[in-house]
Design a protein. Structure first.
Length: 474
């Protein structure tokens, strides 16, 4: 369940799941929904409605995918939900399902050219996106429950592979334009979680996690060859995935190999978020406005303080970066890192003043969910946390070392951020009272109002560059 914090800002306030597998037992019977799974699905939707009412939801959106659209008796279930629960289920076709997943990824990840692999119980949806434009959506009858019942329960692994290959030949040509895949769906996320564990990856966040396929074949093979649930548990697979994870891994590995995929990025978002985004962005062609980041907006909506002067800090860091980037050998992408860090560095104040840097850092690390790769969110969180120190050491970045740039880069970014914070903290935020220049390896700070307090603060900064103060009127 999502709650809006502003026009386009939102955040997740409830996530309740029931693993139903409504198509279970039906794939060998012409897709007919069986009574027990239908009863379980009914009770799940009933409980979801109760939760929504308790949380005072203003709108409930329900979509049904592969199992229902394939079922000859689907109307029986849809009519029961409408009659007894007063809810309308929209059964979407495979192309729409693929589109919803693509909308979620396009808005909530950090990629422009990609194709999605969304594996569910009954089907796998694939969408191709180039330069942020959808160039094709496909729905293939390749699902974990479907293949388990038709092939794996009969130990017909060869038949399963031939079945998958026959289905994916239709996307072979278009897939040649892409080597990077975005994986969606519970099975694919579970596989990524296992890879995170096996690699001792320092960040326990699956959304945005990327891995090189060739380097992680051992983990994929270990899942496929696991002899029992104990072996799956050791690999990091959760109990609710034991029954289908091998099939899911087999499907993913077959597709990746056939399409020569080199790199996989994991998405925590999918059809659910796509449905919601299509609703709130219905007048925006299902895309957020340019230069809009949902995570930044949501954090500022909920925890920002208009009196914190952070946007002024961001303007100063932007100007200082332009002056010092060559001297400090910083990359252009670091400019946006500083901007976000400048705007969000005080959001922890809403909880505690004395530990606000650490709290802000944690907010960033676990709250900057959408639109940032892991390396960027870790870097932003790190330099915010280090504003408590003047001279960070290697031990301060040890935990996330593999995701961070060289410590020299971190020190320079921290220097610019702290200087910007110092300059912005004591001046009228409505006036851009500082200008900057560089001369003979000196940073010139021009202003008509230099206080001794500001100068004293700046002397505490490391001497990476000489700082000279100059009046506008000199």
């Amino acid at each position: 369940m999502f709650e809006k914090s502003s026009r386009f800002g939102f955040f997740l306030i409830n996530e309740t799941k029931h693993k139903i597998q409504i198509g279970k037992g039906g794939y060998e019977k012409g897709g007919q929904l069986q009574s027990t799974p239908m009863d379980k699905a009914f009770e799940a939707i009933k409980s979801f409605k109760q939760i929504s009412q308790n949380l005072k939801s203003r709108k409930i959106l329900i979509v049904a995918t592969s199992a229902l659209r394939d079922a000859p008796n689907k109307q029986q279930f849809v009519n029961r939900i409408k009659k007894e629960l007063k809810l309308n289920i929209k059964i979407i076709d495979g192309s729409k399902e693929a589109y919803y997943g693509q909308v979620a990824v396009s808005n909530l990840l950090f990629v422009k050219n990609f194709f999605t692999i969304d594996t569910g119980g009954g089907s796998t949806e694939i969408a191709f996106v180039k330069n942020n434009k959808n160039i094709g959506t496909f729905s293939l009858d390749i699902g974990t429950v479907r293949l388990k019942e038709l092939y794996f329960d009969k130990q017909d692994i060869t038949g399963a592979k031939n079945y998958i290959l026959n289905k994916i030949t239709k996307i072979k040509n278009i897939s040649k334009q892409f080597k990077n895949a975005i994986v969606l769906g519970g099975s694919n996320r579970a596989i990524s979680t296992a890879i995170i564990k096996q690699n001792n990856y320092p960040l326990d966040i699956v959304h945005g996690f990327s891995y090189i396929v060739k380097e992680n074949q051992n983990t994929l093979n270990a899942i496929l060859q696991a002899k029992d649930n104990t072996a799956l548990k050791k690999l990091g697979i959760k109990e609710d995935r034991y029954d289908t994870i091998k099939v899911g891994c087999f499907i993913l590995q077959t597709i990746l190999e056939y399409l020569s995929v080199k790199k996989v990025t994991t998405s925590q978002v999918g059809v659910r978020e796509g449905v919601y985004l299509c609703d709130i962005l219905r007048t925006q062609n299902h895309r957020f406005p340019s230069n809009f980041n949902i995570s930044q907006r949501s954090l500022m909506d909920r925890f920002g303080n208009k009196n914190n002067n952070t946007h002024y800090t961001a303007r100063l860091s932007n100007d200082i970066f332009d002056i010092l980037k060559d001297s400090f050998k910083l990359k252009q992408k670091h400019k946006n890192i500083l901007k976000i860090a400048s705007i969000l560095h005080k959001i922890g104040l809403m909880l505690n003043f004395h530990n606000n840097q650490k709290l802000s850092s944690n907010f960033i690390l676990y709250g900057l969910d959408y639109g940032f790769c892991h390396k960027d969110r870790v870097l932003i969180a790190t330099i915010i946390n280090l504003t408590r120190k003047n001279r960070p050491k290697k031990k301060d970045i040890k935990k996330y070392k593999q995701l961070l740039p060289k410590i020299k880069t971190i020190k320079y970014l921290l220097f610019i951020l702290k200087l910007s914070i110092m300059l912005s903290s004591r001046l009228d935020k409505q006036k851009h009272e500082f200008k900057f220049d560089k001369k003979n390896n000196m940073l010139l700070i021009l202003s008509d109002n230099f206080s001794s307090a500001i100068k004293d603060e700046i002397t505490k900064l490391p001497p990476y560059i000489d700082i000279v103060y100059k009046s506008f009127y000199d």
